[in-house]
Design a binder for this molecule. Structure first.
Ligand SMILES: [Zn+2]
Length: 209
């Protein structure tokens, strides 16, 4: 229901309970403006309708309803398809796909990354962690130590991710300013560190690879 039809409904509901109340009292009861209430009541007395009159002009929404249905269907079938691929498949533009997605409240989310584990591994991880928890050492309040290592490229400029440069029209920059130079097997460094449950940590260990 439209917002203004909803307001009319509220007012009419209060008014129908006691049609003899004054408009001022009714306005106070509905917490609405006196003139709004008066307009609604007069309207109801006149043509017994609380719905909006049909409007002139271009109707809201898409002209091609079949296209809308087709695109929604494609999204249901292939949830991972890109907007441009959907547009190609439905023989329309990607802007139209975006519009239809918005009209139908279809939203897109980033996929989460998760370790690849089988059902058996998933189940095992639960029982193993329980076993670890129930071990005598866990009850004696002995610390649990975690460790992990990672590899990094030595030259920070070659880390993955986009890098930009800005330039005014007609100017030119040196090639070194416009490119990121990287060797395929550049120097790498391995970092290892252990951390304890209680907050203590080892000195980090570095080595070149
Ligand atoms: Zn500890």
């Amino acid at each position: 229901m439209k917002q203004n039809e909803k307001i009319r409904c509220e007012i009419v509901a209060k008014w129908s309970v006691d049609p003899n109340t004054s408009l001022k009292q009714l306005a106070r009861k509905c917490n609405k403006n006196y003139y709004t209430v008066r307009r609604v009541v007069l309207r109801l007395k006149k043509d017994r309708s609380i719905q909006d009159k049909p409007r002139t002009g271009r109707p809201k929404g898409l002209i091609d309803e079949n296209l809308e249905k087709r695109i929604v269907h494609i999204i249901h079938r292939h949830s991972s398809m890109s907007i441009r691929d959907i547009a190609k498949k439905a023989d329309t533009s990607h802007v139209m796909v975006v519009k239809i997605k918005k009209l139908n409240n279809i939203r897109t989310f980033k996929k989460k990354k998760a370790p690849k584990r089988s059902e058996k591994q998933n189940f095992k991880s639960i029982t193993l962690s329980r076993k670890l928890y129930e071990q005598k050492s866990a009850k004696k309040k002995v610390c649990v130590v975690m460790d992990d290592e990672t590899c990094l490229k030595m030259h920070l400029a070659t880390l993955p991710g986009l890098q930009y440069y800005s330039i005014a029209p007609g100017c030119d920059l040196e090639e070194s300013q416009k490119t990121v130079v990287f060797t395929k097997f550049g120097e790498k460094i391995l970092i290892w560190q252990a951390i304890c449950q209680c907050g203590k940590r080892s000195t980090p260990f570095f080595t070149f690879l």
